[in-house]
Structure formats: C-alpha cells, structure tokens
Design a protein around this ligand. Structure first.
Ligand SMILES: [Zn+2]
Length: 293
C-alpha cells in the first residue's frame, strides 16, 4: 500500500467541536445487514458494503484515521476497497478522501460536493476550509441519482436529496439489504443546517418525509452521527424538526426578532436530550429563522 499523505491534507479537522485526539480513536464495526456494516470512529458514521468483487465505503472521516479505517475494512472483507462515496463535503465525512484515493479507491459524490471541496468554504459561516487538492476531489460525480451494482443481486442507490444539511447531500440506499445511510440529514441530536453550504430547513423536512416513504419497520438506518436507528426514531426526529420549524416560523411571522425567538424556549422539551452537542437550541433556531419559507 502506498504511504498515506495525511500531513499534506489541508482540511480543517475540528468540524464537530474540539479536535479529537486521533491517536486515541479506535475504529469499531457492527454488521447492519448481510453485506452492509457501520464503522464508528471520530466524525461521521461510515458504512461499508461488500460486493462480489469490491468493497464500497460511505464516508471516510478524518485523514489521520485513514490507516485505522483501512485496517478495519480489511478485517471485515478481503475485497479491495475500490469506491468511496461521500454523503456530503464536510471534513468529518470526507477528510480521508485523498488517502483513500491514494490506495486505489475511486471517489464518488454529488456534483456540489466536488464544487464545494474544490473551493474555499465557510461551513457554518464561521469556519474557513481551504480548497482540497485534486486527489481529494470526486473522480465521478452525479447529478440526481446513480445506481451501483454490487453483485448479481444487490445494488446501491445514490439519491441526491433537496438542499437541507448542505446542497450536496446523498442518501445511500440498499433496497435488497433494507439499509439506508442518510448522512447528516438524520443525526442523534439537533440537525445542523449549514446555511453557508446551501442548507435549508424546508428541504430537510422534505427529505425526512421522503426517507419515511422509503423505509419500513425493518429498515436499518445509518445516521450521520449516532447509533443505527429505525423508522420510529426517524419519525420522532421528523416530528421534532417539523414542530420546531412551525414554532419558529410563527414567531418570525409575528414580527419577533431572532434574538427574541431564541429566548422563547421553543425547543425546551428536546434541549436536554438533543441539544447538548455541536448544535444547541440557539444555533438550530438561528438556522431555521434564516431559511424557513
Ligand atoms: Zn455534515
């Protein structure tokens, strides 16, 4: 295997709060279905699908973790890691791209992932991310949908959803395995609507409704962050997001300022369980205020 180029990789690695101590991070894996696994480390959840000839990774976290991630993949399958799909451009999901490409993987993502990674970005409007090198950019991009055939039976469907978390979000759906990776459209916490990356609360609600249409009671849902969940948790998340959206819109339509609305306690029943992470009540209300129609 080629030497990894972690030190050359210019991504900001502090995407979700304080910089993790990558030396301490362990990559752990769980089988989600017959051919799909989830891998946890630091950053966004990774998925791994094993086909008849190749292995397919969904997201690759941070560059300093690439060696550990590759070792975890090799422990699960002897098939070569040939493709990496990015669910969106954020550095805690796509930070390992250059390393994965250097060891032979083809990077696949929505058009807007490549556009954003290739130019200066302001994620969350306060954090500058430099353009990624060519090696870290998608070699194959798609616009609306793409189907990848894993073997004679199983397929992987990349579905571009409406601008919500960012404007380049992909759901990765495995109909035969009854598994879907929703990226950061679904997280165990408050959603991050990255307005600077084209995020939009109304798109998020549309996408959650679309996901509820796809899944059934047996579907295993890989969220962007958090443990594997099911339809019940997705429904509760949609209801929470929709309720907060409705409350903020009513207050905004009544002429209240953002500062006033942020003090109204409109998210109070979820703050303790969902609002203690990267996105707190104030940030969520701010993004809803800014983008709700
Ligand atoms: Zn993200």
């Amino acid at each position: 295997m080629k030497k990894l180029f972690a030190s050359l990789f210019g991504f900001t690695v502090t995407f979700l709060g304080a910089q993790p101590n990558f030396d301490q991070v362990q990559i752990t894996a769980e089988q989600v279905s017959g051919q799909v696994y989830i891998l946890y480390g630091a950053g966004g959840n990774m998925g791994l699908a094993v086909g008849d000839k190749y292995a397919y990774l969904m997201d690759d976290q941070f560059a300093p973790l690439s060696d550990k991630i590759l070792a975890a993949v090799r422990a699960l399958t002897d098939k070569p890691l040939r493709f990496v799909v990015n669910t969106h451009w954020h550095g805690d999901h796509a930070g390992g791209n250059a390393n994965m490409a250097a060891q032979g993987a083809v990077l696949i993502a929505h058009d807007n992932v490549r556009k954003r990674m290739g130019s200066v970005q302001w994620a969350g409007t306060e954090r500058e991310t430099n353009p990624a090198p060519f090696e870290a950019l998608s070699r194959i991009t798609y616009n609306d949908q793409m189907t990848v055939y894993l073997d004679p039976v199983n397929s992987m469907h990349l579905l571009h959803v409406d601008p919500s978390h960012t404007d380049g979000d992909t759901y990765v759906y495995f109909p035969e395995q009854n598994v879907i990776h929703m990226g950061d459209n679904f997280v165990d916490g408050y959603p991050f609507i990255d307005v600077g990356s084209g995020g939009d609360i109304d798109g998020l609600i549309r996408n959650l409704n679309m996901a509820l249409f796809i899944v059934n009671d047996d579907t295993k849902i890989i969220p962007g962050h958090g443990k594997v969940m099911g339809r019940g948790e997705l429904l509760a998340f949609r209801d929470m997001v929709l309720t907060i959206r409705t409350r903020v819109k009513q207050a905004r339509d009544a002429g209240k300022s953002l500062e006033e609305i942020q003090k109204m306690g409109l998210t109070s029943e979820w703050d303790a369980s969902k609002g203690q992470g990267f996105i707190n009540s104030e940030r969520l209300v701010g993004a809803v205020f800014e983008t709700v129609d």
